[in-house]
Design a protein around this ligand. Structure first.
Ligand SMILES: NC(=O)c1ccc[n+]([C@@H]2O[C@H](COP(=O)([O-])OP(=O)(O)OC[C@H]3O[C@@H](n4cnc5c(N)ncnc54)[C@H](O)[C@@H]3O)[C@@H](O)[C@H]2O)c1
Length: 299
């Protein structure tokens, strides 16, 4: 508990994660260039400082929750020379596996320790402290990160060495994107065939086509009252983020020579949908499939 923490990136996810560390008694010094994030963080009892270097200097642990891999690499290049040797860097951002490995290697070369620890669970999980962390790094570093991650999450899984936490995140979200598209196609086909959404749900939720996308996140209003479909597809998990994750998965499929035809197609489908619907929940893909089906039917 005596450990001091530097935190960079107080956005939708990082803000509540840092707030939960303060609630648990940690001394958190944080930086984010956005004034709104700074104000919220101050209100949450976080010590807000003027630069990333100030946040990372003289800390035991430095956490980052940033938007992309280039930013993580740039921020690491700035912070690593300033941090006390042996500082544990924990990157919770969702980034490319290759970027995660480069960032961890840079930290090791500078005499520090590093783990990648991307999350699932969204903003609600960040606020509630119930995130799942997928962690990549060596045993000793993951063991030291674990108590801090357990404050912000309900589950911490050590997936393997550097970058393997990101690998788990990308694999999971590729599967989620594929399954949401497949489910949406089946729902629209059911509509055309006269099957009600509720009847579809009642059968498929206990049959072999069952999935998390259906039972926890049903993309049509009604069967799962908490799903974003019941709230005009307000995210939730925005299409822009699903598009980013599928882009990372597609590049990993290509660079590793995997014949991932559905993964590549899912990336293409969400990339197109993202052009008009970046801010909508990713489950709104069902409306796009329905609209396109109407156009096809009218031809
Ligand atoms: N939002 C979700 O539901 C969700 C779920 C799982 C994972 N993620 C991942 O978590 C990461 C963060 O997502 P988010 O939704 O919080 O994004 P966000 O855009 O809300 O937050 C990013 C924050 O980083 C800040 N920032 C930019 N440059 C900085 C710098 N040099 N130093 C410090 N801070 C800087 C920004 O001002 C912003 O507040 C992403 O990689 C995303 O893919 C998000």
């Amino acid at each position: 508990m005596s450990k001091t923490i530097g935190f960079l990136g107080l956005g939708h996810m990082g803000g509540p994660m840092a707030a939960n560390l303060v609630k648990a008694g940690y001394d958190v010094h944080a930086f984010d260039p956005a004034p709104a994030a700074q104000q919220q963080a101050s209100a949450d009892g976080i010590t807000v400082v003027d630069t990333g270097v100030a946040a990372a200097t003289d800390r035991d642990i430095v956490l980052t929750m940033l938007t992309n891999g280039k930013l993580v690499r740039d921020v690491y290049a700035e912070l690593l020379p300033a941090a006390t040797p042996g500082t544990l860097f924990i990157d919770c951002s969702t980034i490319d596996v290759a970027d995660a490995k480069v960032a961890a290697a840079a930290a090791h070369t500078a005499g520090h320790r590093a783990v990648d620890a991307p999350v699932s669970g969204g903003v609600a999980g960040a606020v509630a402290g119930t995130l799942t962390f997928m962690v990549g790094g060596n045993e000793a570093d993951v063991a030291e990160a674990r108590p801090v991650l357990e404050v912000m999450g309900a589950k911490v899984v050590h997936c393997g060495g550097s970058g393997v936490g990101q690998a788990a995140k990308i694999c999971n979200n590729m599967l989620l994107g594929i399954s949401m598209i497949g489910l949406s196609e089946a729902l629209v086909l059911g509509e055309k065939l006269g099957l009600s959404h509720q009847a579809f749900f009642d059968v498929v939720s206990t049959a072999s086509g069952q999935s998390w996308a259906l039972t926890s996140y049903c993309p049509v209003p009604g069967p799962v009252p908490t799903s974003p479909a019941n709230n005009d597809y307000q995210p939730g998990f925005a299409t822009a983020l699903m598009n980013k994750d599928l882009g990372l998965a597609a590049s990993a499929l290509r660079s590793n020579g995997v014949d991932g035809q559905l993964g590549l197609l899912a990336a293409e489908i969400y990339d197109r949908f993202n052009q008009d619907a970046a801010g909508r929940d990713f489950s709104a893909i069902v409306t796009d499939i329905r609209d396109r089906s109407e156009e096809k039917g009218a031809q």
